[in-house]
Design a protein. Structure first.
Length: 119
């Protein structure tokens, strides 16, 4: 991609703002972060997890929360809002596991690689 690339790639533009939640593994740690769909740049870091399952749960919950917010915004004045919104409201968008380590301070065991470049 060129340095001037600004358009998100349509097949990975999961949200209206062109970002998506994912995890990056670095040593035995997993960084939960939000990436820009077109450039892959880390837009936001949520936290570091030791267990992949907890990190995956956090990714799913954060993605669900983002989708719920978008659904609420897009259906706020829509006649279809009723049943869809009621069902979404019954789900738990706040069930995000707490990270084992803060987002902006990588654990000592995860040093050496740039988390933006980690696989």
């Amino acid at each position: 991609m060129s340095a001037g690339y600004t358009e998100p790639m349509s097949y990975t533009a999961y949200t209206r703002d062109g970002t998506y939640w994912t995890l990056r593994k670095q040593q035995e740690w997993h960084l939960v972060c939000r990436l820009h769909s077109g450039t892959g740049e880390v837009v936001e870091r949520y936290g570091w997890y030791r267990r992949a399952g907890a990190a995956g749960t956090a990714v799913g919950a954060l993605a669900y929360r983002a989708a719920l917010t978008e659904a609420r915004d897009s259906t706020r004045n829509d006649a279809v809002r009723g049943d869809l919104q009621r069902r979404l409201d019954e789900m738990r968008p706040d069930a995000v596991p707490e990270p084992d380590h803060p987002a902006n301070d990588p654990p000592a065991e995860a040093h050496g690689d740039d988390p933006d470049q980690a696989e």
